[in-house]
Design a protein. Structure first.
Length: 139
């Protein structure tokens, strides 16, 4: 397979699989840590209106979803990419970071969570995934 096609497929697969992991964790989060009483988590407007009811434990799964979704997506992209594996892992991290930044504007959250999420869940996870993928390819 031509390297350019393989690299394009790497980005597409990384974005899709990372998004599936992200959404899967978000979907199960309510059954693991139930939302606060009176919180409507089915709509963005409901989340905005009830954000003041959320405790720190309610932000664990969103952080894990962002971090693990980015990590898995970046790892998949780096494993599939024909060359420049770290660049592809970091590009997935960049895409997910843009999504994280946009979600901050759409859905307000506590500043501590926002800073932690944007600083740790995207670029560092993509970097770790890229390193792991490169190590696995050298075996």
């Amino acid at each position: 397979m031509k390297p350019i096609i393989k690299n394009i497929l790497a980005v597409i697969a990384g974005l899709i699989i990372g998004s599936v992991v992200n959404m899967g964790l978000i979907m199960i989060s309510g059954s693991v840590i139930p939302p606060p009483d009176g919180a409507d988590v089915t709509t963005t407007e409901g989340l905005k209106a009830s954000m003041h009811l959320f405790e720190p434990k309610h932000f664990i799964f969103p952080f894990l979803a962002h971090a693990l979704g980015t990590f898995v997506g970046a790892f998949v992209a780096a494993m599939i990419a024909a060359n420049h594996k770290m660049k592809f892992a970091m590009s997935i991290g960049g895409f997910f970071l843009l999504g994280g930044i946009s979600s901050v504007f759409m859905l307000p959250s506590p500043t501590r969570f926002t800073v932690l999420d944007l600083a740790v869940a995207y670029i560092p996870m993509a970097y770790l995934a890229g390193k792991l993928a490169m190590k696995n390819n050298n075996i």
